[in-house]
Design a protein around this ligand. Structure first.
Ligand code: ADP
Length: 419
């Protein structure tokens, strides 16, 4: 018996010292890393605050511990607007009970200094999956952001300067191929046609680079107005259908079919006599056209046969547009990256079809400008659907906005909850 007790004691002692060692190890790591680490409990009180967090916020560990995190972790956006509750990554990790990452945040220090940071917040869950706290890790990325800005400025200036001569070359090539102006043989025509196609691709690339650089630093021109989506989309479908019909694809416009997994109620179907709800949004029609045209052109590019559907649906808060095709589909592992800059799926379809990988990035930037959300659902070999949710403008409000100066009501829309 004494033998077992002795051994049990040794075993317990080992576990305790091992745990103590683990504790010491994690303390060493937390205290020595360059990233700020903060632990916040369910009452939103700071329970852990490492030296890097002190350095970045300007608050001593002793001062920060026990305080509400909001008084210490003050976040603003790139234009120095304080984060709303639904933007705050700490608050979001509490409400969404899943990890949240924010790559665009700016931290305001105790002495009102602004520091560009990335913030990753992970919730701590109990056995019932209730959030009992969150751990936030934040990193100073001021240098990276400055470099990014300089890069964007360079790209924007360079593409602007290069677009002009490229447009001139494209114009002269078109003149050289015009029978009324020039006489060329069929061999020369073949060469010029190839040169013209490549010049056009180059011009498109410069245009996309310029637009994405502007979208990144908020210089994209934006003249929002009240838009009635049914009329707008129906007209746009008519304008776009030609490109698809050249490839023998059917084009249809649908109102009221939300599609699987969208969680939206059908407003009406194509044939019913129910009075159609009127879907108003507040956006720049030219910018929205750019997004829908881009999605539609992609559907045409990546669909060999079948149908492209442009659809409109919604509920009280949301107007949903979607573009659905019966094309190649997108592999599941690529879907999370599609809206990143320069991302292209690497397969035979994309290798043969030209593109820059900037289109969907630009779409996302524009939709986010209107507090909307864009995403895709796709099945390989069956097709893809791209969804856009925009905040719905109530009919009375829309009428009032149309009558008044549009800028009067803009701040209210900007404050809309993200959908
Ligand atoms: P690209 O200029 O390459 O078309 P985008 O940003 O518009 O760039 O699209 C990114 C990638 O997403 C494309 O390269 C393609 O692989 C994929 N993709 C976009 N739309 C579709 C679609 N409707 N069907 C299949 N793949 C698509």
């Amino acid at each position: 018996m004494a033998f077992w007790n002795k051994h049990k004691k040794v075993a317990v002692g080992q576990v305790v010292s091992k745990l103590q060692m683990e504790q010491v190890k994690s303390d060493i790591i937390i205290n020595s890393i360059d990233d700020g680490v903060v632990l916040i409990d369910a009452q939103k009180i700071i329970r852990l605050f490492n030296p890097a967090a002190s350095k970045m916020t300007g608050w001593n560990q002793n001062e920060a511990l026990g305080l509400d995190y909001k008084s210490i972790m003050r976040l603003v956006d790139e234009k120095n607007n304080p984060y709303r509750e639904d933007q705050d990554p700490f608050n979001r990790a509490f409400t969404e009970a899943s990890p949240v990452r924010d790559n665009q945040a700016v931290l305001v220090s105790r002495s009102e200094k602004f520091l560009s940071v990335t913030v990753s917040v992970s919730p701590l869950l109990d056995e019932n999956k209730a959030v009992i706290g969150v751990v936030g890790i934040f990193r100073d990325v001021s240098e990276e952001r400055t470099q990014e800005r300089q890069r964007a400025e360079f790209i924007s200036t360079a593409s602007h300067e290069m677009r002009t001569p490229v447009a001139a070359i494209e114009g002269y090539l078109a003149l050289a191929m015009n029978d009324n102006v020039s006489k060329i043989d069929s061999k020369a025509r073949g060469f010029l046609e190839k040169a013209h196609a490549s010049t056009k691709a180059l011009g498109d690339l410069f245009q996309d680079l310029l637009t994405s650089a502007k979208a990144e630093d908020g210089r994209l021109s934006n003249h929002p107005q009240v838009l009635e989506m049914d009329q707008y989309l129906e007209q746009l479908t008519q304008d776009l259908r030609f490109a698809a019909e050249k490839k023998a694809l059917t084009v249809e416009y649908m109102v009221g079919s939300g599609g699987a997994g969208t969680g939206l109620i059908d407003a009406r179907d194509g044939n019913s006599k129910v009075i159609a709800p009127i879907y108003y949004v507040y956006a720049d029609p030219d910018r929205l056209r750019e997004v829908i045209t881009n999605l539609f052109d992609n559907s045409v590019k990546y669909t060999d046969s079948g149908k492209i559907t442009i659809g409109l649906t919604g509920n009280n808060q949301v107007v949903q547009l979607y573009i659905k095709d019966t094309g190649a589909g997108i592999p599941a592992e690529d879907i999370p990256h599609l809206f990143e800059k320069f991302y292209r799926v690497d397969n035979s379809a994309t290798r043969t079809v030209g593109g820059t990988g900037l289109g969907l990035f630009i779409c996302r930037k524009i939709i986010e400008m209107y507090h909307g959300r864009i995403w895709t659902e796709s099945e390989l070999g069956k097709g893809s659907t791209f969804y856009i949710n925009l905040p719905r403008l109530e009919a009375n409000k829309a009428a009032q906005m149309k009558a008044n100066q549009p800028t009067d009501v803009l701040p209210e829309i900007q404050g809309a909850t993200k959908i």
